[in-house]
Design a protein around this ligand. Structure first.
Ligand code: FFO
Ligand code: ATP
Length: 189
């Protein structure tokens, strides 16, 4: 039988959902702190980075909210999902300014500033179900990041953010899948 990347992607998403559900919250918190420190170190090595696309974590994802305190001089922008697989990024001064939107994810509200054009974003912190060490990405299945990242600036940096348990040796890839330049992972045991 032919290998269908879509079926294989869904199989891995289901397996990762179970693995992440079973991952204890104290270890998640510890790993999230480590990831935030790694992100800070990354920005120190790349002083031209000013605008950073972060994300407000779903329960299974690393919590990056501490970046507001850790990077007070950077601009943090967050995604607002629109029906149909597109999203916009908006600058947010404090994590508490976000409120639940589509999918229940905390998002910029309607009173947030106008969307920041993707070309103004220097660093994208990308969530995913799984990554390979070389940067292939398996996302939630909406195509949101793949679509948005087509409009990124050529020199924007894409950083995958995950727990070590999300690292795979290989993943199914389709032509539209965008790879990240590097993956930051934190221990999950
Ligand atoms: N924190 C965070 N924000 C994000 C994303 C993300 O992956 N993480 N997105 C990245 O694209 C966009 C939103 N896309 C999403 C797409 C699907 C699901 C989701 O919960 N999917 C369910 C399955 C839903 C179903 O098929 O019924 C799941 O994965 O369990 C969440 C967000 C923009 N914001
Ligand atoms: N650049 C694009 N233009 C149009 N459709 C796209 C694009 N990228 C992905 N899609 C479509 O979106 C759907 C989901 O793609 P895929 O399974 O790769 O999402 P994902 O990367 O896991 O999701 P996400 O980015 O939301 O985390 C697929 O049907 C795919 O064809």
């Amino acid at each position: 039988m032919d290998f269908d990347p879509k079926l294989e992607k869904n199989r891995i998403r289901r397996a990762m959902r179970e693995a992440l559900k079973a991952f204890p919250s104290d270890l998640k918190a510890q790993a999230s702190q480590q990831l935030c420190q790694q992100i800070v170190q990354f920005t120190q090595k790349h002083p031209n980075i000013r605008t950073i696309a972060s994300f407000a974590a779903l329960p299974m994802e690393p919590d990056l909210s501490a970046l507001h305190q850790l990077l007070p001089h950077h601009h943090l922008v967050y995604p607002k999902s629109l029906p149909g697989g597109s999203m916009t990024f908006h600058r947010v001064a404090a994590f508490s300014d976000l409120s639940p939107g589509l999918f229940g994810i905390l998002e910029p509200t309607d009173s947030s500033p106008h969307a920041t054009p993707p070309q103004e974003i220097d660093l994208f912190l990308c969530p995913a179900y799984a990554y390979t060490h070389s940067g292939q990405r398996l996302g939630k299945g909406g195509g949101y990041y793949d679509r948005l990242l087509e409009n990124r600036r050529d020199d924007a940096f894409l950083l995958g953010i995950c727990y070590e348990l999300q690292l795979h040796n290989s993943l199914p890839v389709e032509p539209h899948d965008i790879e990240v330049h590097s993956v930051l992972s934190a221990p999950s045991s």
